[in-house]
Design a protein around this ligand. Structure first.
Ligand code: 6PG
Length: 239
């Protein structure tokens, strides 16, 4: 894979480095387009980065011009401890007082998750226009079997090349989720993968030894945006 890699001693180091690079991208985006469109990752790894942004970047990023989206969401209440939105609300959004009109969580209150996916596509269309989402920066994690967002190996969603958001059932808890599809992910101007800890070493060893086209066996390897991909990892995760 032709990913740039940014290796740090530990989780905090990679979080600090990713936050600093995010701030650089944010400043450039606001300067050139008047806003910064950021896609957030779920899971545990990004939380430290969000906390650093809240604690140290209040005045270094124009949060009034920053719009937050998510790469995926578990289909649970926004108050559920498993909610990616809740994690970001507690670690980033509430501490910084980011305006609610700038925060665009995936809806999880529709009886039919397909309706929720269509609703989020409308949200994306209203913000980005008909050509589809173009995040200035999309943050993503990597699961131990190579999933990213909620695109898991063998998922029919991997073949989706029209829709930007789909519901999926995955082999993880909770099983029902909404996820951006590869067309939506790969329209990003820049992607950061965040990976920390020894449990990510095996999958990173596989991913970093794949050819430039990646493999559907490892969905994270299919993230090949028009922009750059940077893997922020710590020494424990380094193959
Ligand atoms: C989710 C994430 C998922 C996550 C990876 C890595 O909703 O769980 O979108 O793709 O990024 O599973 O998770 P960790 O950061 O917890 O290892």
């Amino acid at each position: 894979m032709n990913w740039q890699t940014s290796l740090w001693e530990d989780r905090e180091g990679l979080s600090r480095a990713a936050a600093a690079e995010l701030a650089r991208i944010a400043k450039a985006a606001v300067a050139s387009r008047g806003r910064f469109d950021l896609g957030l990752a779920g899971g545990h790894t990004p939380q430290g980065m969000y906390e650093i942004l809240a604690a140290e970047y209040r005045d270094k990023i124009d949060w009034s011009r920053t719009h937050l989206f998510w790469g995926d969401e578990r289909y649970v209440s926004g108050e559920d401890s498993l909610s990616n939105y809740r994690m970001a609300r507690e670690s980033l959004i509430d501490p910084l007082g980011i305006p609610p009109e700038n925060v665009h969580p995936l809806p999880t209150t529709f009886a039919d998750p397909g309706d929720a996916a269509r609703e989020y596509e409308q949200t994306l269309r209203a913000h980005f226009g008909m050509e589809g989402p173009r995040f200035d920066l999309l943050l993503l994690g990597i699961g131990p079997e190579g999933h990213t967002a909620s695109l898991f190996p063998g998922s029919p969603a991997l073949a989706e090349n029209e829709r930007w958001v789909v519901p999926v059932r995955v082999q993880a808890q909770p099983p029902l989720r909404l996820t951006l599809t590869l067309p939506a992910i790969n329209a990003a101007r820049a992607v950061f993968f965040l990976a920390a800890g020894a449990d990510k070493r095996p999958i990173l060893s596989k991913l970093l030894n794949l050819g430039p086209d990646g493999s559907a066996e490892y969905p994270a390897s299919l993230v090949r945006p028009q922009g750059s991909v940077t893997l922020f990892l710590d020494r424990a995760a380094r193959p």
